[in-house]
Design a protein around this ligand. Sequence first.
Ligand code: ACO
Ligand code: ACO
Length: 152
Amino acid sequence: MEINIKTCTAFTKQHYNLLLSADPNQELVDNYLPRALCFEAIYHDHLVGILVLLPTHPETLEIVNIAVISPQRNQGIGRQLLAFAEKYAGTHNYKCLEIGTGTTSFGQLYLYQKCGFRVFSVDQDFFTLHYADEIVENHLVLKDMLRLRKVL
Ligand code: ACO
Ligand code: ACO
């Protein structure tokens, strides 16, 4: 599935739906969005995905948000967005690409590890401390965040 990935400057309700599907904390999203680089995936003039990159530590770029609209999932768009992030990081002289995800996000963990990311730390209670509402995923209450890194 051939998608077009381009810089995104204006955010519609559709963009927000995508952003919140990856990160349900609107306050956190609104906090990183103005400081981040945002890209949208377009397929036949339709918004199908989003990718938000944030420079964090020196030489490190973090994927803070990645999402694909549900009818188009499992067709390789997420993988293309990850490949784009890696290419972008490489050409802009970052040494590391990072991504954080819940310990209960088995599919996402599978995808990120398949793409070469490795776990390097655990943010214990990240989701209990920063999210007002309980998140249940794969029949488990989400509490901790796994942080993964790919050295470029
Ligand atoms: N459950 C099971 N398997 C999954 C999942 C999942 N949730 N997501 C991806 N995979 C697997 C696919 O089956 C596929 O496996 P294969 O290569 O063996 O066929 C592989 O990962 C590649 O999948 P893609 O089709 O490239 O991924 P997709 O386009 O579906 O995008 C994404 C993945 C972005 C995680 C999408 O499922 C999504 O939008 N989920 C909801 C939002 C979300 O959870 N975002 C990530 C939060 S973390 C963050 O934003 C930093
Ligand atoms: N994949 C997916 N789901 C699993 C797995 C697995 N490998 N193992 C257990 N589950 C799930 C079951 O589906 C079940 O879920 P449910 O309650 O929603 O139905 C739940 O976990 C409980 O399963 P049990 O039937 O109690 O577990 P089981 O008797 O199969 O024993 C064990 C689990 C010991 C991990 C077994 O699968 C096994 O011997 N695996 C091979 C050896 C192994 O991996 N051991 C653990 C290595 S780590 C260590 O030893 C410290």
